[in-house]
Design a protein around this ligand. Structure first.
Ligand code: DQA
Length: 141
């Protein structure tokens, strides 16, 4: 089973970026844990700070993998293009946010992807990614 993890802007700074909100672990380090936890899964990890590159990745992995875990980061709240890309693909998609976006600033309450994904997880820290992976595995059975 193939799963793609797609992270949006500034998530390359995890560990350094606002650690009180996002924690102090770089995503690459967490990724190693995820790979060890789910050895049966073929993971692809993609991160970009560029909106169009995220659209391209969703299009690419959306027809060639069995699931996507997507954290569009700030583009969640602004990008019609990312929402449209998610709506266009066939792979199931779980939206993940490290922080509890609904408990923060007003502008973070709007998500252009929530309405087109299979489900959303927010506020559970990096653990949200493994919960999303577990859900995708269960769906695949
Ligand atoms: C985020 C929440 C977004 O509002 C923010 O812009 C991010 C990260 C999260 O994972 O909590 O960059 O998606």
């Amino acid at each position: 089973m193939k799963i793609a993890i797609i992270n949006g802007p500034n998530l390359n700074l995890l560990g350094k970026r606002e650690p009180s909100i996002y924690g102090n672990q770089p995503f690459e380090m967490y990724m190693e844990k995820l790979i060890a936890q789910f050895p049966q899964i073929e993971f692809t990890y993609f991160q970009s700070n560029v909106e169009g590159e995220i659209v391209n990745a969703i299009q690419q992995y959306g027809f060639s993998t069995d699931g996507i875990v997507l954290n569009p980061a700030a583009y969640t709240h602004t990008s019609v293009a990312i929402g449209d890309a998610v709506a266009a693909i066939t792979a199931p998609v779980v939206e993940v946010h490290i922080s509890n976006v609904r408990g923060r600033e007003e502008f973070r309450k709007l998500s252009y992807v929530s309405g087109v994904v299979d489900g959303s997880i927010a506020g559970l820290g990096l653990m949200g990614y493994e919960l999303a992976v577990q859900w995708l595995i269960n769906q695949h059975k």
